[in-house]
Write a protein that binds this ligand. Sequence first.
Ligand SMILES: [Zn+2]
Length: 107
Amino acid sequence: MRSAMTLLEELLPEEFNTKEDVLEQLEIKEKEFYPDGIAHCHYCNGEDIVCLEVLGAGDGPLFWLCQGCGELHLMKGPRKTRTLLKKAYGSFTNPKTWGYNSSEDYN
Ligand SMILES: [Zn+2]
């Protein structure tokens, strides 16, 4: 099985909202998860599947990524996946947060 690595920013929509369900925003429709892999994509039936690791989201891959249609399939349970993803986006540096505290705003 080939593997790939990505930044969470690459997967999430630009308007990502940390208060809403991260899996919904990743457009993961399935509740099922597949610790042992999937033989083919459940959307396009493609067999070109790689395991995808998200930087900062724990050790090891989180998803099965279909190279054909780009759909993600869960490797771990939804709750576990949310917890691990939260670790990744919790470490984002938000430039707006920094700008907000700029001393120039108070002059
Ligand atoms: Zn597919």
